[in-house]
Design a protein around this ligand. Structure first.
Ligand code: B12
Length: 316
């Protein structure tokens, strides 16, 4: 496209913006060399000067925050046959429906919302659990065999299932052995999940265990933990039941979901078939963390009674 055609297009766009009141015409007494209005002057050269403080401040290109609950539920389908139906469908699911399209592409709003939600997911995955929270519950930290940071943790799940030698030494030194219930917290795949739920769930599990007349072992935190870490912990502490609170793989816009994975006398070679899970623990829409705490203690008692967990417990 030659410069003349381009300048004509720019001129037409600016004329429409002015007509719509988005851009104010520049005052003749105060020329604004960098403003959009200058582009309206027919010219064979397209203005490419960098923006400066004199850029027309009335031109607002910001969209409203797309992450508010109202914005998430707003339909963006052009001319829907059944507008109320689209709204009802959107309200019935957290799936991204009713987002419309701009030609073959996403609308800007839908794209921004996706990028925002994706950023929440990335933050939850790559961030460490707040040390202040761990201190609040006197949790000491040990680490798995992951040595290369989060990147290695994500690429090598096998290493996240094994305690390193230092961890074994510390646990042997600090933890009471042969307890009824051993509570362990692991970062897993979401620091946000632990931060959102631990404050509520920890006391319920501790008090529930003690109220049931059971011994509550020395709790601790495992960095770079996967579910399979249950086996190493079972071998070291020899508890009846291990409860592992761990961050679930975050979904788009859903990073605060935690799980409690549990096993009866976990040992080397145990698999997920030997374990139980209470999942989707979060407030407002998931399993409430207070209720989940009580439920987990009930399951632990059932495991002790039947001396089994996982599939064996279901068959008992
Ligand atoms: C990823 C995932 C899987 C992956 C795990 C592979 C992997 N290495 O990550 C795969 C596809 C294999 C899988 C399979 C199954 N899963 Co799954 N899974 C999930 C998911 C999406 C995330 C789990 C997570 O983040 N864990 C935390 C991280 C840190 O754990 P990890 O160590 O990286 O991975 C371990 C766990 O994910 C565990 N795991 C995964 N699913 C299940 C299910 C059960 C019952 C147990 C005990 C363990 C377990 O297996 C991994 C290896 O040890 C959850 C959804 C959720 N909201 O949690 C469902 C979820 C946990 N799975 C579920 C189910 C039912 C299953 C299956 C039984 C499905 C089936 N009928 O075959 C199988 C059995 C799993 C097994 N290992 O024996 C349910 C559990 C419901 C319940 N309360 O019992 C969930 C909650 C999904 C759902 N909403 O229905 N799963």
């Amino acid at each position: 496209m030659d410069d003349t055609k381009l300048a004509a297009i720019v001129e037409a766009v600016v004329r429409e913006l002015k007509a719509a009141g988005v851009v104010q015409p520049a005052s003749s007494s105060a020329p604004q060399p960098d403003s959009v209005s200058q582009a309206s002057a027919p010219s064979s050269v397209v203005p490419v000067k960098p923006r400066s403080s004199t850029f027309n401040s009335d031109l607002n290109i910001d969209l409203p925050d797309p992450t508010t609950p109202e914005a998430r539920l707003k339909p963006y389908v052009d001319h829907p046959k059944d507008a109320a139906g689209v709204r009802a469908l959107m309200a019935s699911t957290s799936a991204r429906i009713g987002v419309g399209r701009a030609g073959p592409r996403s609308k800007t709003n839908a794209l921004l919302l996706f990028q925002g939600d994706h950023a929440v997911t990335q933050d939850a995955l790559y961030r460490d659990v707040d040390q202040k929270l761990l201190d609040e519950f006197n949790l000491f930290t040990v680490q798995t065999k992951v040595t290369g940071g989060k990147q290695e943790f994500l690429l090598r799940p096998d290493l996240g299932r094994l305690l390193n030698d230092e961890a074994k030494r510390i646990i042997n030194e600090k933890c009471q052995k042969n307890v009824n219930i051993q509570l362990v917290i692991g970062d897993g795949l979401s620091a946000a999940a632990i931060e959102a739920n631990l404050r509520q769930m920890f006391p319920v599990i501790k008090q529930g265990t003690q109220a049931a007349g059971l011994t509550f072992g020395t709790p601790f935190f495992v960095k770079y933990a996967r579910v399979g870490i249950l086996n190493d912990i079972g071998e070291l502490i020899k508890p009846d039941v291990v409860i592992l609170l761990i961050g679930e793989r975050p979904g788009l816009g859903r990073a605060e979901s935690m799980s409690a994975y549990m096993g009866y006398k976990p040992k080397y070679g145990d698999t997920d078939a030997d374990r139980d899970v209470v999942c989707n623990i979060f407030e407002n829409g998931g399993t409430n963390p207070l209720e989940a705490g009580a439920f987990v203690v009930q399951i632990a008692q059932k495991m002790r009674k039947n001396q089994a967990s996982g599939v064996k417990l279901k068959l008992a």
